[in-house]
Each structure stands twice: as structure tokens, then as C-alpha cells.
Design a protein around this ligand. Structure first.
Ligand code: FPP
Length: 244
């Protein structure tokens, strides 16, 4: 489906002036997998599987276009409330993602992987797989991917406050100092945050980090997120910055 409309993709891409501001760090709320599947009479797992393919394509688009960082909301602290089968399925996709062939592709593309969130709640073998892909891509210096897993903006702020009080007893507290303790650490905050599926909320994603971020929404469900939409979001970001 994504191969259709190549000329439309080119038309949007050609409008972007790559010498003017473009987002260096993009964050994405990959929403709508369940609805995408339901509309096709498929189980929700089929939506998550299709969502993972779109995620892979999006990672490659970011790599090809010289984006510095990509943060993906893959599993929120609220997602544990879903049926166990669905939770287990999403978790199993992580194992699938870090299979050797995929890691090889990440390394060929110089992509480094991080996980943000409290990963200690995941099964031991999942944590093992996460640590493995983090370790195997450690030396890469290109695109950084931050998978937000068991991540919540409020719990991020809370864990940062706790760690900072523990580490910096009696020291002055500044925004810069506090930021060091967030899961995202000293990495720059997102310039552009994309949410698919028509919802227009932050849903506890990167609450501190998105203070100055441009928000961009599309009604398309995540599995239908396309190259055309990717470039459109960058173009809109650029036009907003030109007006500012
Ligand atoms: C939101 O759609 C999507 C998720 C909760 C899961 C997203 C996960 C992936 C795309 C794969 C993750 C893989 C790795 C390797 C981290 P939804 O289910 O909330 O959709 P709905 O709102 O239509 O129900």
C-alpha cells in the first residue's frame, strides 16, 4: 500500500528546505493499532504486528533523512491494564524485534538503541533481549532510538525527583540538573511529537520533555503511517518555525 503515491511523496519531500530548521529529535505516539485491526475484522494482535512493520519503516525513514533521535511510545505504564494476551503479545514483539537479523540491520545503519522507562517489570528474558540490543548497538553513532517501555511521564518525573534528592542532597536544584535524572538524561528534548489515530492528547508521554515541542496529529491509524505523512509532518514543522 505504501508503494502507491510515490509522486505525492516526492511532491511533499521537495517542498522541504533541508537547509532550514528540520526536527532533529522526533517522538511518536504509535496509536491506533487496535482500531486498524478491528476495521479489517482482525484480532488486535494483527494491528500490533502491522504497527511493528510501520515502526521498522519509520526507523529507516529517520535514518535515511539524517534524523538524530527517534523516541517511540511502545508500551505505557497504563498498558498493563489491557488483557493479558494482548500485553504478552506486545512484549513478544520486543523479542522479535531484537532478533539477530534485525540487529545486523541496525548495525549496518549505525543505529543505537536505548530503552526508557522501568523495564524491571518485564519478564527476565525480555529484559535480557533489551540489554542485548542496547549492548550490541552501543558503539553506533548515527540515529538514536529510544523505545519507551513501561514508560509514564509522571513516573519519570517522580523517579528523577527521588534519584536527584538521593544523589544531590542539599545542592541547588536547577532545571538542567533535574533533567539529568530523567530517563532521557542529557539527550535533547523532542522538537516534533507525532500522534496518529486522531487522538489529541499527550497521554502521559514525555510530560517534562515536551514543554517546547511542536505537536503534530494525523487521523491515520499507526499501521497506515506513511512516508508522505512523515515528510508532511517535517514540512509543517518547518513552516511553523519559519512563521515563529
Ligand atoms: C497503541 O495502539 C499501540 C501500542 C500500545 C503498542 C505499540 C507497539 C508496537 C508498534 C510494537 C512495539 C515493538 C517494539 C520492538 C518496542 P492501540 O492498541 O492503543 O490502538 P487503539 O487505540 O486503536 O486500541
Amino acid at each position: 500500500m505504501k508503494w502507491f503515491g510515490l509522486s505525492r511523496v516526492r511532491a511533499v519531500k521537495e517542498k522541504i528546505d533541508w537547509n532550514s530548521p528540520t526536527p532533529k529529535h522526533i517522538a511518536i505516539m504509535m496509536d491506533g493499532n487496535g482500531r486498524w485491526a478491528k476495521r479489517r475484522g482482525l484480532p488486535r494482535s494483527a494491528g500490533h504486528y502491522a504497527g511493528m512493520q510501520t515502526m521498522r519503516e519509520t526507523i529507516n525513514m529517520c535514518h535515511r533523512n539524517g534524523i538524530d533521535s527517534l523516541t517511540l511510545y511502545a508500551f505505557s505504564t497504563e498498558n498493563w491494564k489491557r488483557p493479558k494476551d494482548e500485553v504478552d503479545y506486545i512484549i513478544s514483539l520486543v523479542g522479535e524485534f531484537v532478533q539477530d537479523t534485525n540487529v545486523q540491520e541496525l548495525n549496518e545503519n549505525n543505529i543505537r538503541v536505548f530503552f526508557i522507562g522501568d523495564i524491571s517489570r518485564f519478564p527476565e528474558e525480555t529484559q535480557e533481549a533489551m540489554r542485548k540490543v542496547v549492548g550490541l548497538t552501543y558503539n553506533n553513532s548515527g540515529l538514536k532510538i529510544f523505545f519507551a517501555m513501561n514508560y509514564g511521564g509522571r513516573s519519570d518525573i517522580l523517579q528523577a525527583a527521588r534519584s536527584m534528592l538521593e544523589t544531590n542532597k542539599g545542592k541547588e536544584i536547577t532545571e538542567e540538573e533535574f533533567e539529568r535524572f530523567l530517563y532521557t538524561g542529557q539527550n535533547p528534548c523532542p522538537d516534533l511529537l507525532i500522534r496518529t489515530s486522531g487522538e489529541k492528547r499527550l497521554s502521559n508521554f514525555l510530560l517534562w520533555q515536551s514543554a517546547h515541542t511542536e505537536l503534530w496529529f494525523t487521523d491515520e491509524m499507526w499501521p497506515d503511517f506513511s512516508e508522505e505523512l512523515f515528510y508532511q509532518s517535517i514540512l509543517d514543522y518547518q513552516n511553523r518555525k519559519k512563521r515563529a
